[in-house]
Design a protein around this ligand. Sequence first.
Ligand code: SF4
Ligand code: SF4
Length: 169
Amino acid sequence: MAGRECGACGQCCKLIGVRELEKAPHVWCRYFKRDRGCGVYEARPRGCADFACDWLLDARLDETWRPDRSGFVLHASDGGRVINVELDPTQPAAWRRPPFEATLRGWAAAGAADGLEVRIWVGRRCWRLAPSGGEIDLGVVRPAVAFAAHGRLRRPGSGRDWPPGATSV
Ligand code: SF4
Ligand code: SF4
């Protein structure tokens, strides 16, 4: 989004896989330097250049949601139908801290009638937030080696009708 920048974040350089580099999710990219960011920025792969997390795209998510502060990267998949909460496996419960859990559950409830989902990821394991509360364990559904390919996604209808009221519950 215009006006918002990654700054010192860099969480996707750990949590998101990059096919071109054969970088698996959840390990730091060899080119990432703390305090200096991407060491090959001008020549970074397309998969990096095209990726933007939801915090970067959605001004309604305040600084609390910046991925290096929250402990997870929000990103869309399935053409925007799914919001993925990609947790740092060293902080698997980060999504439960206020205001995150209540907000994420609110999104799951609000999107259910339209087939929209919120999924919680810890490594290869996934849970779907049930619209009525609780989680549905989808099990280990991510392949052992998955270089996630992410597009710079905006959801259908965007200017973004979902999630609703991103920082409210
Ligand atoms: S996780 Fe989001 S804000 Fe952080 S570096 Fe990646 S795209 Fe930028
Ligand atoms: S190449 Fe750069 S932008 Fe891409 S994951 Fe590595 S450090 Fe991050």
